[in-house]
Design a protein around this ligand. Structure first.
Ligand code: NAD
Length: 550
């Protein structure tokens, strides 16, 4: 058994169980474990206080001086970064899912424990923690993993699959130079392309230009793309890409140079049958046109299907540019039908006024929903009588940002989220709704146009307060759905009309909504978990049918 032994602290009051676990650890085989055992939480916490160099905590939840999740939270507070594997006598799937949701790396039931499972769980707990401390470290990746682990626990996902799906399959990190308009200056930026699951067909996912892009965020977005494509039953695995810089600081010529260079850096990964980028934050139709052109130049002929979300004249699809916002509204309409809520005269607030937010606001307005407030990176605007949406859109066409719009009151982005309304649609960034503001939201429906806008803690608060959450992987799936239509049209050299696109989009989103809502009802899940379980189940089925190579 080569290598340094792994140092574990077992907090367990039952000496028979402690001996059993010690014995199992001796049988792990692939690595040695140096085990220290403590019989109560206070003794355990004392050891953790002095316990430099520990690798993992193995924790029983029911101890003489502490019970159930309280035990976990007290240890987690003492050692926020430590991998914790729960070894519990309580075989309760809800408790297990709450524990992993709260950040425990695994939850194993002692009565069905064997050396192999324990050894693997500890090894994987360390790997997750290590990854979370390195390039993968980002709140979004933690959120995506915890959401996945919670769903996996509830659906009793096979351990192999759980481990395979917890990290993306393929990743490329590039750093590359490009010339600023001032010819003397060359800048170097970091870019990423991440493919989460390769088993479902080509991978699919947007490219983001933003100053906070990193590997973890890109990985989280790729993982969400997998579940989203599977939930709406598209033949794609999830991917995502991004470049870490602020596009608002760059001229169009600089953006073109940067985009072309990034494309050539990741050219080995993308392709119409391999991985198909699309727009995301900071990128648009023009960016896709440059990617398509660069790719086509390299292979020597025109390949429209290498990207989606490109201009219609280059083989883009009718309806793609507004599809994500349109999809948000279709899903809200379907939810309102189920909730028997009349949307005519209902009110909405939209955070983010880019591609997704401005279109969602426009379609709400066209439906007769009064849009009271919208916002962008410069702040929000609010009019209790309802905004004149065409006028606001015209204002942003002229001034780029909402700041200074005269016919409304200025509010901050935080205040905007707390406005009283029937539908709140966060369509900007991740991490906007959290433990600090979830109890202040005053909406009936939360329709997540953005990816990952809501933290796990906020999810619980919203559920307790009866807010009807339409999770991101459903609410913003309109974009990838019409991207799929675009890809199909490109590969068949055939064009569909806007009416055909919108009708097919509605059919697909309504079908996915119904599968999610029925699973939520029959299993007693919240909507997000139901949507994730739907998506993960499809990936599980595909992976099991394909088997393992070699
Ligand atoms: P975009 O760049 O077109 O617009 C982003 C908007 O958010 C802008 O109005 C910007 O000013 C605003 N914004 C940025 N930072 C903000 C902050 N801190 N607070 C408030 N507003 C802020 O991007 P987009 O394509 O509309 O994407 C928005 C979200 O929707 C992202 O989470 C993206 O991943 C998700 N999404 C986009 C698509 C798509 O087809 N474009 C599809 C699915 C999901």
């Amino acid at each position: 058994m080569p290598g340094k032994p792994l140092r574990a602290l077992l907090i367990e009051d039952n000496p028979i169980h402690a001996r059993l676990i010690q014995k199992l650890l001796e049988d792990v085989g692939s690595y040695a474990v140096e085990l220290t055992t403590r019989g109560s939480l206070s003794e355990g916490l004392e050891s953790l206080g002095n316990g430099e160099g520990l690798d993992v905590v193995l924790l029983d939840l029911v101890l003489p001086d502490s019970q159930e999740l309280d035990t976990y939270f007290r240890v987690r507070t003492a050692v926020p970064e430590m991998p914790i594997v729960i070894l519990s006598g309580i075989d309760d799937v809800k408790l297990a899912s709450r524990a992993v949701e709260a950040g425990a790396q695994d939850y194993l039931v002692k009565t069905s424990l064997d050396a192999h499972t324990l050894g693997r769980s500890i090894r994987y707990a360390r790997e997750i923690t290590h990854a979370q401390r390195t390039e993968w470290d980002s709140p979004s990746f933690r959120l995506a993993q915890q959401q996945f682990l919670k769903a996996a626990e509830l659906m009793d996902l096979d351990d192999n699959l759980r481990q395979r799906l917890l990290f993306p399959q393929r990743t490329q990190i590039v750093s590359f130079p490009f010339r600023r308009d001032n010819d003397d200056e060359v800048e170097t930026v970091f870019g990423y392309r991440v493919q989460h699951v390769l088993s479902m067909g080509p991978t699919k996912g947007g490219i983001r230009y933003h100053p906070e892009v990193n590997l973890g965020e890109t990985g989280a977005l790729a993982m969400w793309m997998t579940w989203k494509c599977a939930l709406v039953q598209l033949p794609f695995g999830g991917a995502k890409g991004g470049v870490r810089f602020d596009p608002t600081d760059f001229s169009r010529r600089e953006l073109q140079r940067l985009t072309r260079r990034f494309t050539s850096e990741i050219i080995g990964m993308i392709g119409p049958d391999k991985d198909i980028p699309a727009p995301d934050m900071g990128t648009d139709e023009q960016t896709m046109a440059w990617i398509m052109d660069t790719y086509s130049q390299q292979v020597g002929y025109t390949v429209p299907a290498v990207v989606t979300g490109k201009p219609v004249v280059l083989g883009g699809s009718e309806g793609r540019s507004e599809a994500t916002g349109r999809g948000v509204v279709y899903v809200v309409e379907e939810a309102a039908r189920r909730l028997e809520m009349d949307l005519s005269g209902a009110t909405a607030v939209v955070q983010g006024f880019g591609n997704v937010g401005s279109n969602a606001a426009r379609f709400f307005d066209e439906l007769g929903v009064k849009v009271l407030g919208v916002s962008d990176v410069t702040g929000g605007i609010f009019n209790p009588r309802g905004l004149n949406l065409p006028d606001v859109l015209e204002y942003t066409r002229q001034h780029r940002f909402l700041e200074g719009y005269p016919e409304a009151e200025a509010v901050t982005n935080e205040e905007l989220l707390e406005l009283q309304c029937d539908i709140l649609a966060p369509c900007a960034m991740q991490g906007q709704i959290h433990a600090g503001n979830a109890d202040k939201l005053r909406c009936r429906i939360l329709a997540e146009g953005a990816n990952g806008p809501t933290s796990l803690e906020a999810d619980e608060i919203l559920q307790d307060r009866g807010v009807y959450v339409l999770p991101d992987i459903l609410a913003n799936a309109g974009g990838v759905t019409v991207s799929y239509f675009e890809w199909v049209q490109d590969t068949q050299n055939y064009m569909w009309s806007l009416d055909q696109i919108n009708e097919r989009l509605r059919t697909i989103l309504v079908g996915a909504y119904q599968r999610m809502a029925e699973r939520a009802e029959s299993n007693g899940y919240d909507m997000r978990t139901a949507a994730l379980v739907e998506g993960i189940s499809r990936v599980r089925e595909a992976k099991l049918s394909r088997g393992l190579f070699p």
